[in-house]
Design a binder for this molecule. Sequence first.
Ligand code: ARG
Length: 399
Amino acid sequence: MAQKGILAFSGGLDTSVVVKYLQEEHNMDVVTVTVDVGQGDDHKKIAAKAKKLGVKKHYNIDAKKEFVEEYIFPSIKANALYQKKYCLATALARPLIAKKVLEIAKKEKVSALAHGCSGKGNDQVRFDISLRSGSNLPIIAPIRDKNLDRETELAFAEKHGISIDKVAKKFSIDQNLWGRAIEGGELEDPFNEPPDEAFIWIQTKNLPDRPTYLEITFERGIPIAVDGKKLEPIKLIEYINKKAGKAGVGIVDHIEDRVVGIKSREVYETPAASCLIEAHQDLEKMVHSKHQNKFKSIIDDEWAYLAYSGLWNDPLKTDLDSFIENSQRFVSGIVKLKLFKGSMRVVGRKSHYSLYNQEVATYGKGSTFDQKLAKGFVELWGIQSTEANKLQEKRSTKT
Ligand code: ARG
C-alpha cells in the first residue's frame, strides 16, 4: 500500500506543484487540507482542483471564527505590528493551519507531513516549528528541498496541466481576513511604486470627496461594535475591511527583515487591521498609566516578533499573553477614526476608565493642578542630567 502524505493546500501554484511531487517522486497518496481563514476562495473550486490533481481525500475546514478569536484578537490586544508596520496576517494564520493539519493527520494516520513553502520565506519556519511541536513525522517541503524557483514551478505546472490565475502569475499573494500580502514581480525593485492592479481590497482611484468616520467600541481590548452596531467578530472585521478599503485606507509598503535574514519588499492591504490596531493603541493610552504604556510597548514588540518568527507556541509567548490579557481589563471605550483619501487618524476617544482628567489638564481657569509644585519636581527630576553635564564639562576642560 502506498504511503500517505498530508498537505496544507491552498490551490495555488506552490501547493499544486507539491501534490504532484508527492505522488510522483514519493509515490504517495495525498490528503489535502484547506483551512479557511477568510481567504475568500471558492471552496468548491479548490476541492475540484485537488480532485483533478488526483488527491485521495480533500478536507475543507472552516476555521474563521477560531482565527479571529484565538489569533487576531490577541494580536489586537498586543497592538501587534512587526517592525512597527506589518499586522502579521500571514504569520497568525500559519500556526492555526498547522494545528488543523495535525488534527487530520492523526485521523488519517499519515506517514509524512508536507508543505509548499520555499526555503527563503518565513512560512517554512512557522510551519516546521508548529508541525514539529505536535508531531515527529517527517516533513517534506519540495519547493525548499529542490530549490525550485517560480519559473521552474510555472513550467512544471504547465506540463502537468495545473492552471494558475493571472494575478497569481504576476505576484505572489497570500490573503486572509486580517490582510492581503502582495510580493514579487515588479515589486521586487523597492523603488517601484506598486501598480494599482496590485490592490484588490483598497480603492486607489476616485476616492470619496467626503471623509468617512468609523466608531469602534472595545470591551476589554476586543472590538465588539462598529458605528454603534454590535457585530460578530468575523462580520466586524469584514465590515471595517470594506468601509476603510473604500476610503483608500490600509496600504502598507515597507522593507521587512525575514527570519532567515533576507530583506524583502512587502506590500500589504490591511484596512481593518490598520484601523483596529490604531484605535486600540489610542484607547490604551487613555486608560493606562504612563508606566504601563511604556512597558507594554516593549511587551507588544516582543509579542509581534515571536509571532512573526514562528514561535507562536514558545513559553515566552504564553507568558506575554498572560501579561497582555491582564492589561486589558480597563481597555473599554469608543474610538472615533476619520478616514479620508487614504489617510486615517484618531479624532476622538472616550472611556469609562479614562485616566484623562480635564480639570487637571485644562489651560483654562479653575485647574486643580498646582503649577507651583512643578518647580521643585522639575529640579529633582533633572538633577542627575544637569549635574552630569556641568561636572563632565568641567573635568574635560581640565584634562
Ligand atoms: N512577509 C509576510 C510574512 O512573512 C507575508 C508573506 C506572504 N506570502 C506571500 N506569498 N505573499 O508573514
